[in-house]
Design a protein around this ligand. Structure first.
Ligand code: ATP
Ligand code: MG
Length: 425
C-alpha cells in the first residue's frame, strides 16, 4: 500500500508555511493591539460540548464531526471550531462571571467535508472572542479588529456582509413565523431544506439550492420581526462601522451555520475563491455561556480560515508577478543604443513587458540588474549581434543554455516561452 496523507488532510510546505506565518504574526499583533490575549485550547473535547453549543441540527454536528469512543468508552470529538471550547474553558476556570475578557486562539479544526480548494478536513482558524460586553461597542470592536487585520496583511477586495438575528426572544418568534411559512412551501423545497423546517428553519434562508432559493424569495423578513432594542443595537453597530470608514452590505439572509448567534452576525467574503467565498465569519452569541452552564454573559467573536486567507495572499503574489517585467534587454556600445530601443519596442508590441537597460554598465552589472528586475529572460545585444542581425537569449530562471538567434526568431522564441500564464517562466 502506498502511504499517503488522509483525504482532506494536507501537508503545509515551506512556501505556504511562510504565508501562514505572515498571517498569524499579523493576527497576533493586531489582536494584541486591541487588548486580546492568547488562549490555547485542547483539540479533543467531549462530543456533548459541540452538541450543546454548535447545535444538534447543524451541518457540523449532524454530518461533519470526527467523533469516536476512546478506550474508556468516552464520546469525544476533534474540535470542529473554537468558540465552544473557549466558552467551556472560560466557565471552567471562572474567567467569565462578572468579568470582561478578550481572547484569541489559533489552531487546527476538523470537519468531515468534501475536500476542495479552500475546504479541507483539517483546516486552521484564527479566532477572537470577547466576553462580558453587551453593548454595540463590542460588536463594532470585533468587526474593526477583522478590518484592521486585512489592512495589516495588505488584503483588499473583501466585502463585509452583516445582518441581525435580534434578541433570543425575537429570533425565536421569527423562527416560528418562518416555520409556518416554510410548511406552506414544503413541496417546493429541496430535501435538506424540508428536513430543516422543523429542526432549524433559519438555516433554510441560507440554502444554496436554486429551487429552495426561489421558494423562499418572499419569505417573511427577520427585520420586521425585530423588537425595538434589537433594532437600536443593530443601528448603532451599522453607524459605528460607518464612523470608522468600514463599508458593509446588509444581507438579510445571513444566518450563519451555528445555532448560537444572536443580534449581529457578519461575514467577510470574496469572489476570488469560488464556492469557498467566506474568509471570516462571526457575530454576537449572548446566549451561549448560559446555555453551557455559565452565567448570563454576553459575547462576540469571529473565526477566519487561515487556508483561505493564505490562498488570497498567494493570488496577490501571483498578481504582483503579473506586473513584473518579463524580459531585460542588455546592450553595449553606442552603436547599439538605437537598436536596443527598437527591439524593446518590438518586444512590447508583442505583449512582452520589457526593460531596456539604461545607465550603462558592464554586461555583468547589467545581468545583475536583470536578475533583480524579476524578469525571467535576458536578451543581449552587442556590436557582434548588431552586425549579424541576431540576439542572444538567456533564461534567468532555468539552467538553460544561452542561444543566439536571428532577431525575428528570437522574438518569436520569447513570445512562445512566455505564453499562457507563465509570466516569468
Ligand atoms: P462554509 O460556509 O464555507 O462551510 P462555515 O460557515 O462552515 O463556512 P465557520 O464555521 O463560520 O464556517 O468557520 C469560520 C471560517 O473558517 C470560514 O469562514 C472559513 O474561512 C473557515 N472554514 C470553515 N470550514 C472550513 C474548511 N472545511 N476548510 C477550510 N476552511 C474552513
Ligand atoms: Mg461549513
Amino acid at each position: 500500500m502506498k502511504l499517503q496523507s488522509l483525504r482532506g488532510f494536507r501537508d503545509i510546505l515551506p512556501d505556504e508555511a511562510e504565508r501562514w506565518q505572515r498571517i498569524t504574526d499579523a493576527a497576533r499583533a493586531v489582536a494584541a493591539g486591541f487588548g486580546y490575549r492568547q488562549i490555547h485550547l485542547p483539540m479533543l473535547e467531549s462530543t456533548e460540548l459541540f452538541k450543546r453549543s454548535v447545535g444538534e441540527a447543524t451541518d457540523i454536528v449532524e454530518k461533519e464531526m470526527f467523533s469516536f469512543l476512546d478506550r474508556d468508552k468516552t464520546h469525544m470529538s476533534l474540535r470542529p471550531e473554537g468558540t465552544a471550547s473557549c466558552v467551556r474553558a472560560g466557565i471552567e476556570h471562572g474567567l467569565l462571571h462578572n468579568q470582561q475578557q478578550r481572547f484569541w486562539y489559533a489552531g487546527p479544526m476538523f470537519r468531515h467535508e468534501r475536500p476542495q480548494a479552500g475546504r479541507y478536513r483539517q483546516f486552521h482558524q484564527f479566532g477572537i472572542e470577547a466576553f462580558g460586553m453587551a453593548d454595540p461597542a463590542c460588536d463594532i470592536e470585533v468587526i474593526a479588529l477583522s478590518a484592521a487585520l486585512w489592512r495589516a496583511l495588505g488584503l483588499g477586495g473583501l466585502t463585509l456582509e452583516i445582518n441581525s438575528l435580534g434578541s433570543p426572544e425575537c429570533r425565536a418568534a421569527y423562527r416560528d413565523q418562518l416555520r409556518d411559512f416554510l410548511r406552506g412551501r414544503a413541496d417546493a423545497l429541496d430535501e435538506d431544506a424540508r428536513k430543516r423546517i422543523e429542526t432549524n428553519p433559519l438555516r433554510v434562508l441560507d440554502s444554496k439550492h436554486p429551487d429552495t432559493r426561489a421558494a423562499i424569495a418572499d419569505a417573511p423578513s427577520m427585520e420586521a420581526a425585530m423588537d425595538d432594542d434589537s433594532r437600536a443595537h443593530f443601528g448603532a453597530v451599522c453607524e459605528g462601522l460607518e464612523a470608522l470608514g468600514i463599508e458593509w452590505k446588509l444581507n438579510s439572509n445571513l444566518v450563519r451555520g451555528l445555532d448560537y448567534y444572536t443580534h449581529t452576525v457578519f461575514e467577510w467574503t470574496t469572489d476570488r475563491l469560488g464556492a469557498q467565498g467566506t474568509v471570516c465569519a462571526g457575530g454576537r452569541y449572548d446566549g451561549l455561556v448560559a446555555q453551557l452552564g455559565g452565567g448570563d454573559v454576553p459575547a462576540v467573536g469571529f473565526a477566519l480560515g487561515i487556508e483561505r486567507v493564505a490562498l488570497l495572499l498567494a493570488q496577490d503574489q501571483a498578481d504582483a508577478a503579473g506586473e513584473m517585467p518579463q524580459v531585460y534587454l542588455c546592450w553595449h556600445g553606442d552603436e547599439c543604443m538605437t537598436g536596443a530601443q527598437q527591439i524593446g519596442a518590438t518586444l512590447r508590441a508583442r505583449g512582452l513587458r520589457t526593460v531596456v537597460n539604461a545607465g550603462g554598465g558592464s554586461f555583468k552589472a547589467q545581468f545583475k540588474r536583470a536578475d533583480r528586475s524579476g524578469a525571467g529572460w535576458a536578451v543581449v545585444l552587442g556590436p557582434e549581434e548588431l552586425a549579424a542581425g541576431t540576439l542572444q537569449i538567456k533564461s534567468l530562471r532555468a539552467r538553460d543554455a544561452q542561444r543566439t538567434l536571428p532577431t525575428d526568431e528570437a522574438v518569436a522564441y520569447l513570445q512562445q516561452a512566455l505564453r499562457d500564464g507563465q509570466p516569468n517562466a
